[in-house]
Design a protein around this ligand. Structure first.
Ligand SMILES: [Zn+2]
Ligand SMILES: [Zn+2]
Length: 404
């Protein structure tokens, strides 16, 4: 079967996958513009029969492979390219050479695995009907890169031609068993919105609070009331998390400040809860402040939406994963993760799914490995050929039979 060829071929090109990953790792780039990373990908895939589309909002690109066996479905595979603003402390030979930037979320591996999948699929182009779109995306870490690329028409849609019929992505997990592919139907990752609350009072002498409008106890009341509100207003089976991470007020022991600023994050797993939570937080902050004669201003900055995986796509990928790598290789996750991911924007438009790929070293105590976003995050590169082969297998099988 074609998928067996993909596994063997992925092993054969593993050196090139690792080389690309290390080159990207050593020169991490942040945000929507990752030109060096783009150039490395273009150079690595320059010999392949791909049709490239780029810009204008980001350095993202979509490379299209047209199968030579005729027209058919279109499938999109995505890898993200950006790093994080943080120092690296892995001590690796190919560690970051850019101070204050690190590929701590494994996007270097995602890009290299996607490039590997492109090589594998180009070699099979004679047997493919339809097309594969390889989406190399910057700006995942809070920059909405996927949304910009969609708005630029790079994945199709509207005046830009048909959207793909399915979309898939992988995310590495260092603290998950070596080689395990994991996913779930429905919400996989949360919506993450930023919350800012400013409580305006009137400051004065700390010994004469009655002559002031002290915002500090009001802020404390709001912080606690949010937690009560979450447990009383939202179904425990559709989780909501609000965490206040910053409280900023005052300058001295004996001065009541004019204002308090609160900052935090709001996580939800359904569109309905996301909207209801925003309303509830606004009502609560304004109500508590108002009850004490003060005002509270709530600003909610929308982050990524909920990442929702299509049932057919997950069932399909589970079959492909088990057939390719054995029954034990695929895990159905019981619960979502409350992190967020901007592939959610693609999954709002196209039925598909994202999967986690365990990249701890074989036999390692994976539960205690440094996770993503750690300065010491490392991954076992020997899993990357599996990731490339799985992406390629999803594409060949989908072009052949759809989700069936
Ligand atoms: Zn990340
Ligand atoms: Zn990530």
């Amino acid at each position: 079967m074609l998928e067996d060829t993909l596994i063997a071929e992925a092993q054969r090109i593993s050196g090139r996958i690792v080389t690309l990953r290390r080159a990207i790792h050593a020169e991490p780039e942040l945000g929507l513009h990752t030109p060096k990373t783009r150039d490395k990908v273009r150079a690595a895939l320059a010999h392949l029969p791909l049709d490239w589309r780029e810009g204008p909002s980001t350095t993202g690109m979509v490379a299209t492979l047209k199968g030579r066996a005729g027209n058919g479905r279109a499938v999109l595979l995505r890898g993200d390219m950006d790093a994080l603003a943080m120092p690296e402390e892995t001590g690796l030979d190919f560690a970051s050479t850019v101070p204050g930037a690190m590929h701590a979320c494994g996007h270097d591996a995602h890009t290299a695995m996607l490039a590997g999948a492109a090589e594998l699929l180009c070699a099979q182009a004679d047997q493919l009907r339809g097309e594969v779109r390889f989406m190399f995306q910057p700006g995942e870490e809070g920059y909405h890169g996927a949304r910009f690329m969609i708005d630029d028409g790079l994945i199709g849609g509207g005046a830009h031609g048909a959207l793909p019929d399915a979309a898939f992505a992988l995310h590495v997990m260092p603290n998950a068993p070596h080689g395990l592919i994991a996913g779930r139907t429905g919400p996989l990752l949360a919506a993450a919105d930023q919350l800012d609350i400013v409580i305006e009072g009137r400051g004065g002498h700390a010994s004469m609070p009655h002559q002031t409008l002290d915002p500090v106890p009001i802020a404390a009341e709001i912080v606690l009331a949010i937690q009560t509100m979450v447990t009383r207003r939202f179904d425990a089976h559709d989780p909501v998390i609000v965490t206040i991470t910053k409280m900023d007020a005052g300058t001295a022991h004996n001065v009541i400040p004019d204002r308090v600023e609160l900052r935090g994050t709001m996580r939800t797993l359904s569109r309905a809860n996301r909207a209801a939570l925003a309303d509830a937080v606004r009502l609560l902050a304004a109500g508590i402040a108002g009850a004490h004669g003060l005002a509270a201003e709530v600003t909610i900055t929308e982050g990524f939406p909920v990442t929702i995986c299509d049932e057919r796509a997950v069932d399909f990928a589970e079959r492909v994963g088990r057939e390719m790598f054995g029954d034990q290789a695929f895990l159905r996750m019981a619960d979502p993760i409350m992190g967020a991911e901007d592939f959610a924007y693609v999954l709002e438009q196209v039925p598909g799914a994202m999967f986690f790929l365990g990249v701890s070293h074989e036999g390692e105590d994976w539960a205690h490995c440094c996770g993503i976003h750690s300065t010491r995050m490392m991954l076992d590169e020997s899993v990357m050929p599996r990731g490339a082969a799985f992406l390629a297998g999803l594409a060949t099988r989908f072009l052949d039979r759809g989700f069936a």
